[in-house]
Design a protein around this ligand. Sequence first.
Ligand SMILES: Cc1cc2nc3c(=O)[nH]c(=O)nc-3n(C[C@H](O)[C@H](O)[C@H](O)COP(=O)(O)OP(=O)(O)OC[C@H]3O[C@@H](n4cnc5c(N)ncnc54)[C@H](O)[C@@H]3O)c2cc1C
Length: 203
Amino acid sequence: MDYDILINTSPIDKLINETKLCSPLNIERSKVFIVGVGLKLPMTEFCKTITWLYFPDPAVPFYRLSIHSRYGEVTPDNTKYWSVMCECARSIDDPITEEEIRDQAVEGLILKSIFTREQIVSIYSTTLDYGYPIPTVERDAEIARAHAILEPLDIYSRGRFGGWKYEASNQDHCFIQGKELADRLFLDIPEKLYKTGLPEHRG
Ligand SMILES: Cc1cc2nc3c(=O)[nH]c(=O)nc-3n(C[C@H](O)[C@H](O)[C@H](O)COP(=O)(O)OP(=O)(O)OC[C@H]3O[C@@H](n4cnc5c(N)ncnc54)[C@H](O)[C@@H]3O)c2cc1C
């Protein structure tokens, strides 16, 4: 495929593995299991006061719970139903299955009195193979090694897994990464947020 400038926002390890432009990158990620539960009203009183909640508790498999119904009209027929979603992060080689973690999550939500078993109408789950990019000790050097080969070819990799910098890749960061890259390419304004590790970004 011909290109003038190629901006990649898919995972940089996939880009390298597909193009074989350099040897595989030594970078790490976690995976995340998402479990959503559709529920009959009434909403638990306590849940009416929050939008999300963190659980630093090994007794439950999720680290965060979001009360989806509290984010607006995201629950079909909100005169009868409400809904929650929880996120369970695991190391990439954790053998637990989506079915196992879904069951554990539902039991955990009941244990924490988020809802009762009788209220459950539907359960949804999915596995995000790319959950969180992990900032390992080797990461910066490995990513710089990739950019040193990609950028002279006018290939720019940015975004959550395109840039693999957890500390600068929330949604707001990713928008800024895109804007700053466009400003660099078309207006010659240096990028400030995303550091490639190449000479112009050192020191
Ligand atoms: C569980 C979880 C919780 C999060 N919570 C928050 C939060 O609370 N606040 C916040 O600001 N951010 C949060 N984020 C991060 C947020 O989702 C990202 O910052 C944002 O989506 C990154 O945008 P992006 O465009 O870089 O990547 P993405 O949105 O991941 O887009 C990359 C796109 O590339 C596509 N793609 C992948 N491979 C290929 C391929 N080979 N070819 C073509 N396309 C491909 C993917 O399908 C995807 O659509 C969370 C992320 C996760 C996973």
